[in-house]
Ligand binder design. Structure first.
Ligand code: SF4
Length: 365
């Protein structure tokens, strides 16, 4: 087996830790780019959403480097994500690539037995003993958690830093140095060092930066190429941001979902506006908006791909939340990635609006 997986934020770092630990050959696809989108757009159904197109580009690049097995997280729908695996399999077949697909799905959808069977399909390729395999998995989870933790701290501290750009640079260096390690233990060591560095960063606690929550469709908020690197741009503007939907959140949420104790606070906060799940992460998007407002954030930015079914519903609900809670929310629709200038203008206008609201509140207007 030569495994690969779609690019999505920092997942490639944890995947490296896992495959190195298991001793399974793997290919990390190049970071998402215009080439991926062009390849994906050329071969994908026209009306399919952006993540699908970028993933196809990732696969083709990985196949060119010898990958024969694609591992991806799945869902039984009801949005298009439920069809991704089948559609992608058929599409690659029609292009002449006969790939193995292993879909890691929620146990509530496929059952524990089936999940176990799929995980076994991967682990049986490893020559390591059971203890080493368990350690490989635990270490990969540790890497995933640490990376998300470091990223979250850097995004929040960016608004308080004394030396402009320090948080962003630390984050970039952390990813680079971690990726250069050839085993999970050194990755964890390096990440802990960066965590310490971040915690000792020179910050001005008297600053009161704008705080913006990033909400919306999980792929487009996590994969920076698909959102024009919004979190990095907010760091450049000296804005603190927070995004609760992360790869480690997804793992935790999936593990707790059979017991129905997953994301309790988010679901509780969303209930008034969206009482049932409609696919994707619409409930989480709404719950996060309400939570951010309660937690004193200045506003939220919803990011969604064009035609995303669950997020169109969230987008229709968000103005009501805005009105009820006096909480500004801006929705940004991403698709062909051509309109970066317009996207930045809207983001800057939103930041201006939030700053003006603050000033008006202080002056009692
Ligand atoms: S959540 Fe939206 S973007 Fe993601 S697969 Fe479903 S429809 Fe497509």
């Amino acid at each position: 087996m030569k495994a690969t997986f779609p690019q999505m934020g920092n997942i490639y770092i944890a995947a490296k830790a896992l495959f190195e630990g298991l001793g399974i050959e793997y290919v990390i696809p190049p970071k998402c780019s215009k080439t991926d989108l062009d390849i994906g757009s050329l071969h994908s159904p026209e009306e399919i959403c952006l993540p699908f197109k970028l993933m196809i580009g990732n696969y083709i690049h990985a196949i060119e480097k010898g990958a024969d097995t694609i591992i991806l997280a799945g869902s039984c729908g009801p949005c298009r994500f439920g069809e991704y695996c089948e559609l992608q399999m058929n599409l690659l077949k029609s292009m002449g690539y006969n790939m193995n697909f292993i879909v890691i799905d929620y146990p509530k959808d496929i059952g524990m037995m089936e999940l176990h069977r799929r995980i076994h399909k991967i682990s049986s390729e490893s020559k390591k003993n059971t203890i080493q395999k368990i350690n490989a998995l635990l270490n990969a989870l540790k890497v995933l958690n640490l990376m998300d933790e470091i990223e979250e701290t850097a995004h929040m501290y960016a608004g308080f830093e004394r030396n402009k750009g320090e948080c962003k640079n630390l984050l970039i260096e952390c990813r680079k140095d971690t990726l250069e390690c050839d085993n999970a233990y050194s990755m964890i060591k390096i990440m802990n060092q960066y965590k310490q560095k971040l915690n000792h960063l020179s910050v001005d606690i008297n600053k009161n930066p704008l705080k913006i929550a990033i909400i919306g469709e999980i792929y487009t908020i996590i994969e920076p190429y698909s959102n024009f690197y919004i979190e990095e741009k907010l760091m450049d503007y000296g804005v603190s941001s927070s995004r609760k939907l992360t790869p480690s959140w997804w793992v935790k949420n999936a593990a707790l979902s059979p017991l129905k104790i997953n994301s309790v606070k988010i679901r509780k906060n969303a209930k008034k506006y969206i009482p049932i799940g409609i696919g994707g992460h619409a409930v989480e998007c709404i719950g996060e908006a309400v939570t951010a407002s309660k937690n004193g954030f200045d506003g939220a930015i919803q990011i969604l791909p064009m035609g995303c079914m669950p997020e169109i519903v969230s987008k229709a609900i968000l103005p009501t939340i805005s009105k009820d809670l006096d909480f500004p929310v801006m929705s940004l629709i991403v698709d062909d990635m051509d309109g970066e200038a317009g996207y930045i203008t809207r983001m800057e206008a939103f930041i201006d609006l939030l700053e003006r609201r603050r000033k008006n509140a202080l002056s009692g207007c």
